[in-house]
Design a binder for this molecule. Structure first.
Ligand SMILES: [Fe+2]
Length: 557
């Protein structure tokens, strides 16, 4: 009776400003649902990152979150929007001043009106603007596992800043330092991304992979433009990268200089973050550090700070990019309205389908499928025969990583698995793929931060295992390990056990279930489209297995 009588607090979080629009629903302090708009619209990153796209709202993900939680728009107690127009730079005299900045602010102020169109019935007076970096911060200190922790947020930009550092104690957050634009670690990394021929605000992880092929021969020069300022902030002004190596056009040839430049900027970035962490620990005395903001998706820098930094514990919000601000804003408002907020226990916060719904989708597509006694064992059998399995199970992941719900799995023993996976996905061949293994087995094979359930750190591969894990060892001897806790992911754990039983190595290659340039698969229809168009050997979708008539012939080891 107590539960039924309890006043229910329902908060919808929304990110709509820069990139990766997303929505999240928090009810009575509990995270009910969170999803990125791209998974619904099938448009990578949801929208173009320009000020005049700010009127676009994460409509489909918001509607789904509400439907999933059984909440009508008129029942919402607040909509938490992860940007505060009152903190934005002052408007110029005309809309085109400040690179359309005024247009962005104009649309943010009108977001309640746009929402009234997208979600008829909600009360526009209930929109709460949460400062962008406070939303990022809350996605780490309220969603993370520590009641008391130091917090660092680093991204391209928020309203007028690019960074904050602070301390959270029992849900209350104190900001200790901010850095104002134009200084920005994230924007400098984005500019580097463009300079080496990739897509900014999207392909930064490719630059991180490229960096491991280079040596930081321009570190001193980059350091002059990017360094800790001695007081918890940093200097990070625009750098003319063409003084080191010419800009690479998209799809153009790489020169050694591109990898060396990436290595130099990566090294300066790591040093800067480490020095900030040292400053923050000395200032707060905190034992744990949490990170959010797009720069926290830099797994190499995260590991650098975890290994060399002064904090005993480090947790990174898996949706560290702007998508995570939808969740952070909702949690922040929930806490400020008096709710006791529960930490997140999993990134599997998106859509799911019942077995019956999946079966209907397969029947509609008129494809042949079977229902093996154990889908985990059936998938393991295909993997052990060097097949690639598309794995679609449970709720989809919030954030950019596939974590065993919308994944492609393969055998890590063969070096050519990497080539084949990159071919299947249409990716560059220098891109590594990552291993997934059981939490209790990981330390025997890898060194580094454990547990690692969200793939946000890199690990050194023990020499004895390098040959047996040939597909997942990057050029620098590392791997970005995901550890699987049996209690959290029993089905995935069983698949890993079955792979281990068959091959002697309880590890699979895990990469996201999508092809290049497309968002991750979310629905059964997406899965069938991907399976139909990519040379994947089997699709394990719910309890059902679809196999191609014959496995692709692979030369024996
Ligand atoms: Fe951000």
């Amino acid at each position: 009776m107590l539960t039924e009588n309890r006043f229910r607090m329902r908060i919808l979080g929304m990110n709509a400003v820069f990139h990766d629009p997303a929505a999240a629903l928090v009810v009575d302090g509990r995270i009910v649902a969170a999803a990125e708009e791209e998974r619904f619209s099938r448009r990578k990153h949801g929208k173009v990152c320009v000020p005049f796209s700010t009127w676009e709202l994460p409509e489909e993900s918001a509607r789904w979150c509400l439907a999933y939680g059984g909440v009508a728009p008129e029942e919402l107690d607040a909509i938490a929007y992860s940007y505060d127009p009152d903190l934005a730079p002052p408007d110029g005299h005309a809309l085109h001043d400040n690179e359309y900045e005024a247009l962005r602010t104009y649309f943010v102020r009108r977001a309640p009106g746009f929402m009234a169109t997208a979600l008829p019935g909600f009360d526009r007076a209930k929109v709460r603007y949460v400062p962008h970096h406070v939303a990022h911060a809350a996605s780490a200190y309220l969603a993370g596992p520590y009641r008391d922790c130091a917090v660092i947020v680093m991204d391209g930009r928020g309203e007028a800043t690019s960074y904050l550092a602070g301390i959270a104690r029992d849900g209350e957050f104190e900001v200790l330092r901010r850095v104002a634009l134009p200084h920005s670690l994230g924007l400098r990394y984005e500019e580097l991304t463009m300079h080496v021929g990739f897509l900014r605000s999207s392909d930064e992880y490719k630059v991180m992979a490229l960096a491991s092929y280079g040596r930081p021969r321009w570190l001193a020069e980059i350091r002059a433009h990017m360094h800790h300022d001695g007081d918890g902030g940093f200097v990070a002004l625009p750098i003319d990268f063409s003084q080191f190596v010419a800009e690479r056009s998209a799809g153009g040839a790489f020169e050694d200089g591109h990898a060396d430049l990436a290595a130099s900027v990566q090294a300066a970035l790591q040093e800067t973050i480490l020095e900030i962490a040292v400053w923050l620990q000395a200032r707060t005395g905190a034992r744990a550090l949490v990170l959010a903001g797009g720069v926290a998706l830099n797994v190499v820098a995260n590991s650098y700070v975890a290994e060399r930094g002064p904090f005993a514990d480090l947790w990174v919000q898996p949706a560290a990019g702007d998508a995570g601000t939808a969740l952070g804003a909702a949690l922040y408002v929930a806490h400020s309205m008096g709710d006791e907020v529960e930490p997140m226990r999993s990134a599997a916060l998106g859509r799911e389908w019942t077995d019956d719904e999946i079966r209907k989708a397969l029947d509609t597509a008129n494809v042949a499928y079977s229902r093996p006694p154990d889908i985990a064992a059936a998938a393991a059998g295909v993997i052990a025969r060097d097949g690639i399995v598309a794995w679609f199970q449970g709720r989809s992941e919030y954030g950019p990583r596939a974590l065993g719900h919308r994944s492609l799995f393969a055998n890590p023993r063969r070096a050519d698995t990497l080539r084949r996976l990159n071919d299947v996905k249409g990716r560059e061949q220098f891109r590594p793929v990552a291993p997934m293994t059981l939490l209790e087995r990981a330390p025997a094979m890898f060194d580094g931060p454990f547990p690692s359930p969200y793939m946000l750190f890199v690990h050194n591969v023990h020499d004895a295992w390098k040959e047996r894990l040939a597909a997942v060892v990057h050029v620098d001897g590392t791997a970005r390990v995901q550890t699987v806790d049996r209690a959290d992911e029993p089905l995935v754990a069983r698949m890993l056990d079955e792979v281990g039983r068959r091959t002697g190595v309880p590890v699979v290659v895990n990469t996201s279930l999508n092809t290049a340039g497309r968002p991750m698969v979310d629905s059964p229809r997406d899965a069938l489209e991907c399976f139909g168009s990519a040379p994947v050997d089997a699709l394990a979708i719910g309890p059902f297995l679809l196999e191609r008539p014959a496995l692709r012939a692979v030369a024996p080891l």
